[in-house]
Ligand binder design. Structure first.
Ligand code: NI
Length: 170
């Protein structure tokens, strides 16, 4: 097990579209282990492979990491097959440090993909899980939640982030 580096805006990989996984080999299984540990350590409730620098269609999520309802989801090649309703929720992201903003998403989604055993699974999600799955699938399409904000808000964040980075590296 290992804690992986989490890429942050504006690292280029975050804008890349992930490739489908064609074989669930040792490399994928190890990557999942590392991603799960990295997510719990952060702590976060979801993590996409692109966030740890791997452009493969893979996500992990657990919306109650410390609670009794804790349930780890591992999804390979996830795809939204049904989307309904609308909901606005304040989101953050491990790859977008020190920023939260309200994002409009579908209220309910059905997501299809493979589990680590290579079996096709379907998750019918609503509430927080629906939001997390949409957020992580966006990552796999090279999209951050700030890309769903108005240009004004997004530009404000980008400017702030550039200043923050300049301070870190004088
Ligand atoms: Ni994120």
């Amino acid at each position: 097990m290992a804690i992986l580096h989490i890429c942050t805006y504006p690292e280029e990989i975050l804008g890349q579209r992930a490739e489908p996984i064609t074989e669930i080999d040792e490399e994928v299984i190890t990557l999942v282990d590392h991603m799960v540990e990295t997510m719990y350590n952060a702590p976060g409730i979801g993590l996409a492979a692109t966030q740890v620098g791997v452009a493969k269609q893979l996500l992990v999520a657990d919306i109650a990491p410390r609670g009794p309802e804790s349930e780890l989801i591992v999804l390979i090649n996830p795809e939204i097959v049904v989307a309904e309703g609308e909901v606005i929720f304040e989101e953050g992201c491990l790859s977008v440090p020190d920023y939260q903003a309200e994002v409009k998403r579908h209220e309910k989604v059905t997501v299809r993909g493979l589990n680590l055993q290579g079996e096709e699974i379907e998750i019918k999600a609503e509430g927080l899980l629906a939001i997390v799955l949409q957020h992580e699938i966006d990552h796999l399409n090279g999209m951050l939640f700030i890309d769903r904000l108005s240009k004004l808000k997004r530009d404000l964040y980008k400017r702030r982030r550039r200043k923050q980075l300049a301070k870190e590296q004088p």
